[in-house]
Design a protein around this ligand. Structure first.
Ligand code: FEO
Length: 389
């Protein structure tokens, strides 16, 4: 495959991975992903920015050969995770003169994770530059989006910013440039929810920094290149700010229909009052959709059946994920149905203890909902409406 030139001897040399079905063995990929790598040919030195996921390594190395890349002086590791650094061990064999350039944190990671010898690594500091002759790479440490070792690489003279995982999307493409479509927005939001949302405050900070830098293009490590950086920066500014939307998310698991009946009742009450709701069947729906819904939600209400005196494991799993993702949600509630008893509310509340939420009065019922149950659900709906409107 011939590398596509982005600008002035700067080339895209990444690959699509349409076969990959799940990322981090956690959340399904809707259309695979891409692993982006960029080749920068300066008048004196050649640099490769980020590399490749190990299962795609043979194709990646073959492409370097097909494009007659016989010399690489620097390999920039913006982040130590192996979807970007996995090819480093092979690359330093193939290009023995190449020096890996990275920050101290990432150096430690690639030495531990990939057994890269220390002698092959050059450590840079924040804002330090590296000359390639007529081009300069400047490194901006960006810890927290999403690992402590993350940094951005700014190609100064060309005003291009490589943001590593930040601002990316699990999205595959033929054209390497973003089409600013709703499909891309969906993929970028899903990616943000799963990977960046736990670091929401940092995301917001770096968005402001990048806006001030005003790069001509943003070159992420997954998904297409943004020729219009405003597209993704505005989306991130919205997702990462503190303002939750008028949305209640209702993940639920219902063994005999009682919890589902209560969720449907509550949802209808809220919708009638002008509040958008998203019901999420934890067992059959895609966990990534729940993560996405939580980007904007003001209120979370978990509905759960009980198994062996405890929350249904599927409910515990969803609550655990939401807790890890640490969304901007402000209020939470728990509703449930049990057979013979147990501690649903205590155990679920413990699982979501990271969330900075005000809890509503729970609604619990033995077996099927009764008239007094619906009265309690009315009270819960009223309490939510009061907070939302
Ligand atoms: Fe795409 Fe954090 O690796």
């Amino acid at each position: 495959m011939k590398f596509k030139e982005i600008k002035n001897n700067i080339f895209y040399c990444g690959l699509n991975d349409r076969e990959r079905k799940i990322f981090d063995e956690l959340i399904p990929l809707e259309q695979g992903t891409s692993y982006n790598s960029y080749l920068v040919k300066g008048s004196e030195k050649v640099a490769l920015i980020d590399t490749m996921y190990p299962p795609k390594m043979a194709e990646y190395l073959n492409n370097l050969d097909e494009n007659n890349i016989t010399k690489i002086d620097y390999i920039i590791a913006n982040h130590g995770e192996q979807d970007h650094t996995g090819a480093l061990p092979e690359l330093i064999k193939k290009y023995p003169q190449a020096v890996i350039v990275t920050n101290q944190f990432c150096k430690n990671n690639i030495m531990e994770m990939l057994l890269i010898p220390e002698s092959k690594i050059m450590v840079i500091k924040n804002n330090e530059g590296l000359s390639l002759g007529d081009k300069t790479l400047r490194f901006m440490l960006a810890p927290g989006v999403h690992w402590p070792d993350t940094m951005f690489t700014y190609i100064v003279e060309d005003n291009l910013l490589c943001t590593c995982d930040f601002l990316g999307a699990h999205y595959t493409f033929e054209d390497i440039y973003a089409d600013d479509s709703k499909d891309l927005e969906h993929a970028a939001k899903r990616y943000y929810a799963e990977i960046m949302m736990p670091f929401r405050k940092m995301c917001n900070k770096y968005v402001q920094q990048i806006k001030e830098l005003s790069p001509e293009m943003i070159l992420p490590s997954h998904g297409p290149i943004y020729k219009n950086p405003q597209f993704i920066l505005d989306l991130y500014a919205d997702w990462s700010n503190d303002d939750a939307k008028n949305l209640v998310v209702l993940p639920y698991v219902s063994m005999y229909g009682s919890v589902e009946e209560m969720i449907n009742y509550l949802s209808a009450k809220l919708e009638a009052a002008g509040i958008k709701t998203i019901k999420h069947d934890i067992v059959s729906d895609d966990l990534g959709d729940l993560a996405m819904a939580m980007v904007d939600a003001k209120t979370l209400v978990i509905g759960a059946s009980m198994v062996l005196c405890s929350p249904h494991p599927a409910a515990a799993n969803a609550a655990y994920l939401v807790n890890l993702l640490n969304p901007k949600v402000k209020y939470a509630g728990i509703i449930g149905s049990y057979g013979w008893g147990g501690d649903l509310v205590g155990k679920l509340s413990d699982i979501i203890s990271n969330l900075k939420v005000e809890m509503f009065e729970p609604v619990l019922i033995k077996g099927k909902a009764k008239p007094e149950t619906f009265q309690k659900l009315d009270e819960l709906a009223e309490a939510i409406i009061k907070k939302h409107l």
